[in-house]
Design a protein around this ligand. Structure first.
Ligand code: CA
Length: 237
């Protein structure tokens, strides 16, 4: 029998937190509430959870800071629950390591769908990591992508990447030289079917952030290339 997936709700507005908990339990999840960022971080680091729903404006410690701290220790999927449209730029722009976001007010149908997709991706990756463990690290110019250790280095120096950034780079590296459209990348890396929940801007934001990390000169990319009218591809410099 499959054990219940456990979700941590970090949310200070009691009504929202309780409604989320109620809906999650109705869907068959175990759900625990942490009412501030400090408690949220402590609970998130317990390793008991399969996914974390994280509010941004929180007492004690804001959601961005919680996310950054969690990412230093754990790859648990994190979905930001944002109150404002403009916060979503920050979620990826600040490189917090978030996997996804929903904007309040959201429908529970959408939230559940995101939760399922993120948990599925994360458990899928755990399974996929086994055969990849025997694989040799891939070297592309000064970059090395080590799928066993989930690590990217440039000239031997580790590059800090969120799980999505790593997935994005690893996907393009596995298909070196082949260009993919934004929609294709969204589906391959973020895994949303039909693109209904997808935001192709996530792809552009991810490319910008990756270029800052892997390129010597972001105005003249040597690795992560734009193919005009198509999308993006990775190449050997
Ligand atoms: Ca709040």
């Amino acid at each position: 029998m499959e054990t219940k997936k456990k979700i941590l709700i970090v949310e200070d507005e009691k009504n929202i937190a309780m409604t989320m908990q109620y809906n999650l339990k109705k869907e068959g999840y175990d759900a625990e509430i942490a009412g501030d960022g400090g408690l949220g971080l402590t609970r998130a680091l317990s390793g008991e959870f399969d996914l974390i729903l994280l509010d941004i404006m929180l007492p004690v410690m804001d959601g961005f800071t919680v996310c950054e701290h969690v990412r230093q220790h754990s790859q648990v999927p994190i979905i930001f629950v944002t109150a404002r449209e403009d916060e979503k730029d920050k979620i990826f722009g600040l490189d917090t390591g978030a996997d996804d976001y929903v904007t309040k007010p959201f429908s529970y149908k959408e939230l559940m769908s995101r939760i399922r997709a993120n948990i599925r991706r994360s458990s899928h990756e755990t399974v996929q990591k086994k055969p990849a463990a025997s694989a040799e690290p891939v070297t592309i110019g000064a970059l090395t992508i080590d799928s066993e250790r989930y690590l990217v280095t440039k000239n031997g120096e580790p590059i800090e990447l969120s799980k999505k950034d790593y997935d994005f780079l690893a996907f393009l590296a596995a298909n070196l030289g082949k260009a993919f459209s934004r929609e294709e990348l969204l589906e391959e890396v973020w895994g949303y079917e039909g693109g209904f929940y997808g935001d192709i801007r996530n792809v552009d934001v991810t490319v910008c952030r990756l270029r800052e990390k892997i390129e010597d000169d972001t105005s003249k990319p040597a690795y992560l290339m734009t193919k005009r009218g198509v999308g993006y591809y990775l190449r050997r410099p």
